[in-house]
Every structure is written in C-alpha cells, then in structure tokens.
Design a protein around this ligand. Structure first.
Ligand SMILES: C[S@@+](CC[C@H](N)C(=O)[O-])C[C@H]1O[C@@H](n2cnc3c(N)ncnc32)[C@H](O)[C@@H]1O
Length: 384
C-alpha cells in the first residue's frame, strides 16, 4: 500500500459483523477493531464501488468507550471482536443495530422497542466452546485465518471449563492426526466438563444456549410474553419450531397445561434429549425440517407459535405460512438481526396481502454474547 491510500477518519458507529463505520468521499468504510468516535489514521485493504475496508494504522484520538481489552489475545483471536469497547457501549450499539436493521427492511413498521436486557455476567459466561488443537497448541482460530492462537485461559468461558485446558491439551496430543483437530468442550447439566472430537461423522453435542445465566431470563421472557391476555383460557396448540433439546418446549409445556405442545427440530440427538426430559402425551417431538413439517401441520387461530431459528433465519414459505394460518401469537427469537428483519418483511408483506392485522407488538434485545457483536432479539407478533 502507498501512503496515498492512508486517510484520516472518524468512526460513527459499529456495523453488523463487528467493524466500525466511517464515511469519506461518498464511501462507507468498514474498520475492524475501531470504536465509536475514534479518530483514526487508516489504510485501505479493499475498495469497492460504494464501500471500502480499512485497517487501523494509528489511533489519533480514542473514542470515549474504547478500552484496553482485558484478554491479552483479544486483537488476534477470532473469538471476541468487541472487547475493546466498554460493556455499556456494546449494549448501546447492539440495541441500535437491531432497531436500525428492522427499520431498514420494514420502514413503516411501528413497535415498542424495550430496553436491552443486560447479561448477568459479562465475562465467564460461556459453558460450551469449540477450541482447536495442532502441534501441541490448544486455542482458537485467529481472526480471518486458520492459524491457531494459543491460549491458557479464555475470559468469556466459565472457569470450571478453562481449568480443564491442561487436561484437554494432554488428551488432544494423544489423538493421532497431523491435521487441525476440532474439539468441543462443555459443562453438562450435572456440572461435569466433557470434551470430545468433532468429526465429519460426529458433529458434537448440537445446539445449546451458551450463556446459561442470561438464558434463564430469555426463557422467562418467552413465558411472560406467551401469556394469554384476555378472552380465552388456553391455546389449543403450542408450536415450538427449531426446538433444540427443549429449552423453551418444556417450560411452555409446564405453563400451558391444557395445550398440546409440538416441538420441531431436525437434529436427532437434540430430539432424543428433548424427549427424555418429559414423557407427557401432550408433548409431540418431531425430527423434521420446519418447512417440511409446516406443509403437513394444522395451525389454527387459537395457537401459539414460538420459533428460534439459526442465524440464517427461516424462509419466505415459513413466514407466509405463519401469516396465513393466523395463530393468536407468534414469538420469534433471533440470533441475527438481518435474518430477523428480512423474515419480518416477508411476514408483514403477506399479512397485508391476506388482509390480516398483525402488529409487531414488542421487541427486545438481549445481551447473550458480551464481548462480541453477536446479539439475541425477541419479537412478539400478535393480531390486533
Ligand atoms: C438457535 S437454535 C435454538 C434451539 C432451542 N430453541 C434452544 O433455545 O436451545 C436453532 C435450532 O434449530 C435447528 N435447526 C436448524 N435448521 C433447522 C430446520 N431447517 N428445521 C428444523 N430445525 C432446524 C438446529 O439444530 C438448532 O437446534
């Protein structure tokens, strides 16, 4: 790069994906490891028609929320990309990113935007991690690379798990392979640490909420928002789509004692675990892709639908099916604002076409993943 590709900029805010954003000569510039209001000397690393990427050469004046990351490998490890921001700034940025993204896809949508829920722990909250191992090194992949950043601790992971790192390292060094080993380590419900290899034939334990401290509030919020407000004393059916091993299914089953509960999940291991938790006849667990399941399901206007898809979100077919079936209430738990915003657009476009009168009645952001740009959101859709 030549000196002419260096410019001075001021960061406005953070973007989805975790970089800071600045504007310069009609270009939107994304700068990893920047903080709001940072004044920076940066160098372009990629230039497209309307946007560019740049890296920090020098911090000329740090923004007020910039701090030294508590973890010594924070700037190189691919795990935490927001440790250099105060926790308050992380929350502010997530709240406004969610709001702006929903509005960008759905400009005329009005809704109550509740204040972000803080995580009870901002460090030492993760109970499941997927470290890597090669040539005696245990760690995580470096940012944008498959090099291993060696670690002897991970500040966002619960200590009972990180204390096992020497044991995990010793165990991994006895596995025969010149390749990078992908490992999974987690704290079980019995508070024991388990670890194993992830391979092409065994893809690990499957999804679980990694922040069990904040998960309690997430479940309670789903239960509170599910409550029937008037005119009816129960839902005919409760659907938990993308149910995992029953994180919301079992609490919903206990709350709505007169309803049939249908859990839909495509990972057979998670379905097995979910089924083992409760044998009541009211509960039916389906090992199925949600879209295929909805093609044969019978949703009614007296039902509750809870859905918690992966980061990619759902599909236009699923959102249209839900808008057509007109269940009494829909609670959408999302781990990616863009897929949530897109799915809401599909839903409300179809809602309008059908002449139904759903509202996005409330929306709340949850801090589930402090020190990273990842964010959880709950949205409630109900018929006015
Ligand atoms: C974000 S997790 C939520 C799991 C659960 N609600 C919880 O809180 O633990 C999404 C789940 O959807 C499952 N999944 C992903 N794509 C799916 C699909 N097309 N159909 C059914 N399940 C799917 C994944 O296996 C994962 O368990």
């Amino acid at each position: 790069m030549t000196a002419t590709s260096q410019i001075q900029i001021k960061i406005e805010k953070m973007a989805i994906g975790g970089a800071g954003i600045a504007r310069h000569d009609g270009l939107v510039i994304f700068v990893p490891q920047a903080a709001p209001e940072d004044e920076l000397l940066v160098e372009f690393t990629a230039k497209k028609k309307n946007f560019a990427e740049a890296r920090i050469i020098k911090i000329l004046k740090p923004g007020p929320s910039r701090r030294d990351p508590p973890c010594k490998v924070a700037y190189i490890c691919g795990g935490c990309n927001w440790q250099h921001l105060s926790e308050q700034e992380q929350r502010l940025q997530k709240e406004s990113l969610v709001f702006e993204t929903i509005k960008k896809f759905n400009p005329s949508l009005e809704f109550t935007h509740l204040p972000i829920k803080e995580s009870p722990r901002v460090f030492r909250y993760r109970n499941r991690i997927q470290p890597k191992f090669k040539n005696g090194q245990l760690g995580f992949f470096a940012r944008n690379s498959h090099d291993i950043v060696e670690i002897d601790d991970c500040l966002i992971t619960e200590e009972v798990l990180t204390k096992k790192f020497p044991e995990i390292k010793k165990w991994a060094s006895h596995q025969k392979s010149g390749e990078v080993l992908r490992l999974e380590a987690y704290i079980s419900d019995q508070e024991e640490v388990h670890f194993s290899l992830i391979t092409d034939v065994d893809d690990g334990v499957g999804f679980s909420q990694v922040n069990r401290f904040q998960n309690e509030d997430l479940i309670q919020t789903v239960l509170d928002w599910s409550n029937i407000e008037s005119g009816q004393n129960h839902y005919a059916q409760v659907f938990d789509l993308y149910a995992g091993s029953g994180n919301f299914t079992i609490p919903l089953l206990n709350q709505f004692k007169a309803s049939s509960v249908m859990a839909v999940e495509m990972n057979a291991k998670l379905v097995e675990r979910g089924r083992a938790q409760n044998k009541e006849k009211r509960l039916s667990y389906f090992t199925s892709d949600v879209e295929s399941y909805l093609k044969r399901a019978h949703l009614t206007e007296n039902d509750l639908v809870v859905l918690d898809p992966p980061r990619a979100g759902t599909s236009e077919y699923i959102m249209r099916t839900l808008a057509s079936a007109k269940p009494k209430k829909i609670i959408y738990i999302s781990c990616h604002p863009v897929s949530l915003a897109r799915d809401l657009k599909w839903f409300f476009d179809w809602n309008q076409k059908m002449g139904h009168n759903y509202k996005l009645s409330r929306l709340q952001t949850f801090e589930m993943f402090p020190q990273t740009d990842h964010v959880e959101t709950i949205a409630e859709l109900k018929v006015d």
